[in-house]
Design a protein around this ligand. Structure first.
Ligand code: ATP
Ligand code: MG
Length: 225
């Protein structure tokens, strides 16, 4: 379970260009939920997701993950927590386009001290099978279609078997049919027990989630189940 208490994020605090991106977010997400975060551009969606993914630190408030206060994690413990618990699918895929699918997906495994090098290839194959790309292990990422790149990005996010998957606009660059396929993929990961949180502009994507959290100007303004 994750729990946010009065999370505030201020960029450039005290400066002329100060932005209050999050103004007191209280949110509980239970294990196994599939939630969408929606809201206008600039409302704070990515800021919130980055804080949930521990790739950004809030200015104020507390974030508990399974009763661990994440602000107490630092250094190696933080890196290990991130590596094991959270899979992040970035807005623009975040792939190394000149490298192979294998290389891109291997990245989180290489930083997981519990994985032996002899296990890496099997893990990558299994992640690729889960996203429906079993034959692309040696392809160069830059030569894949947008939907295929997104599948590789998802494979990389799940290869360490994290309990939570976060995705920022995972269908933003895809056509309607491919978007629907990607959402079905997130749904099946959710059905396998993973918590899934998706930031999206697309009402069709939000509708496929159990829960829709709307933010406006850094605050939660509505919730639908
Ligand atoms: N690194 C940063 N430094 C300063 N301000 C930032 C930074 N990142 C975001 N902001 C500001 O914080 C506010 C929220 O930004 P955020 O990226 O969270 O919005 P968003 O809801 O994801 O928008 P979009 O739908 O356009 O992606 C915006 O006013 C933005 O300009
Ligand atoms: Mg954003």
């Amino acid at each position: 379970m994750i729990k946010l208490e009065n999370i505030v994020k201020i960029y450039n605090e005290g400066k002329a260009n100060e932005v209050k991106a999050l103004r007191g977010i209280d949110l509980t997400i239970n294990d196994g939920e599939m939630a969408a975060i929606i809201g206008e551009s600039g409302s704070g969606k990515s800021t919130l997701l980055n804080i949930l993914g521990c790739i950004d630190i809030p200015t104020g408030g507390a974030y508990y993950y399974d009763d661990i206060n994440t602000s107490t994690l630092s250094g190696k413990a933080r890196a290990e927590f991130l590596n094991r618990k959270i899979g992040f699918v970035l807005q623009d895929f975040g792939l190394m386009l000149d490298r192979s699918v294998y290389h891109n997906i291997s990245y989180p495994l290489v930083f997981n001290p519990h994985i032996k090098s002899s296990q890496i290839k099997e893990k990558i194959k299994s992640a690729l099978l889960s996203v429906g790309l079993p034959r692309y292990i040696n392809s160069v990422c830059g030569e894949l279609s947008g939907g295929q790149k997104q599948r590789v990005a998802i494979a990389r996010a799940i290869v360490n078997e994290p309990s939570m998957i976060l995705a920022d606009e995972p269908t933003g660059a895809l056509d309607t049919k491919t978007s629907a396929e990607i959402i079905e993929l997130f749904k099946s990961l959710n059905q396998q027990g993973k918590t899934v949180i998706i930031v999206t502009h697309d009402p069709n994507v939000a509708q496929r989630c159990h829960r829709i959290i709307e933010i406006s100007d850094g605050k939660i303004v509505s919730e639908q189940e």
